[in-house]
Design a protein around this ligand. Structure first.
Ligand code: SF4
Length: 242
């Protein structure tokens, strides 16, 4: 289940070049203006009996079609944090390419972080990993994961994984007609790093161009999750992220 309190986004880094929502071939082309949606207060909206419309014990993927930390959403984010705090019975999963803006508009009572938030920092290549992950690890966040997505090259995450501050890593190739290749060797390397650090790992999607044993395979958008799953390399230990 997704919650998109605002819509619109624009590129933050190399991984945004072929963004499904706002890239050159996006279905929602041109929506770079950031606006609140009519679902803004959805997590706390109640029915006529005074019960929340969204029942508890759920994972709510938050801002997966925009970015939770966009500067244009600073004012709204304070209200979003308050709604998240109110719904302690829901796990809010936030994925961002703007972790450097994490502290802007953070609530006063944040402390070590709220229990019901899991934040994912996206890293697409080594240089972005080295820029974002030291910041990510320095912030008071109770549950953190890394999304190597879209994976654009070999990445060494070992130094960050061995801190013990990262719970989980996902890896995905890029999707779309101009997608760049995802090399299976890069995926296996990240998996190995996770094994060495005792961190769970999920190969979520092969992307549109998947290179395996030197051969590049074109993968239909509806098959990319299956192709990744069929590789049989997930180490989830019962963990459910989405
Ligand atoms: S941050 Fe995410 S939603 Fe925004 S342009 Fe980049 S890939 Fe698209």
């Amino acid at each position: 289940m997704n919650w998109e309190p605002w819509t619109g986004c624009y590129a933050a880094s190399d991984g945004c070049a072929n963004c499904y929502f706002y890239g050159p071939n996006a279905k929602r082309h041109g929506q770079n203006t950031i606006t609140k949606t009519d679902k803004f207060d959805w997590p706390i909206r109640k029915n006529k009996n005074g019960e929340y419309n969204i029942k508890g014990n759920k994972i709510l993927a938050t801002c997966f079609a925009t970015d939770f930390f966009l500067p244009e959403a600073d004012e709204w984010r304070s209200v979003a944090w308050a709604m998240i705090k109110e719904r302690q019975d829901i796990d809010f999963l936030i994925l961002t390419k703007r972790i450097d803006r994490f502290k802007v508009a953070l609530p006063d009572d944040w402390g070590d972080g709220y229990d019901n938030i899991n934040i994912g920092c996206t890293v697409e290549n080594q240089s972005l990993a080295d820029q974002r992950l030291p910041l990510f690890l320095s912030y008071p966040i109770k549950r953190r994961f890394i999304a190597a997505s879209p994976l654009l090259g070999e990445i060494d995450l070992s130094a960050y994984l061995k801190t013990g501050g990262i719970d989980h890593v996902t890896a995905s190739g890029e999707s779309g007609r101009d997608a760049r290749i995802c090399d299976y060797d890069w995926v296996l390397s990240i998996r190995e790093q996770c094994i060495n650090a005792g961190v769970t790992f999920w190969f979520k999607s092969s992307g549109s161009l998947f290179k395996q044993n030197g051969v590049v395979q074109k993968v239909n958008p509806f098959q990319q999750g299956n192709v990744a799953k069929e590789c049989g390399i997930n180490i989830l230990n019962g963990k459910r992220l989405f």
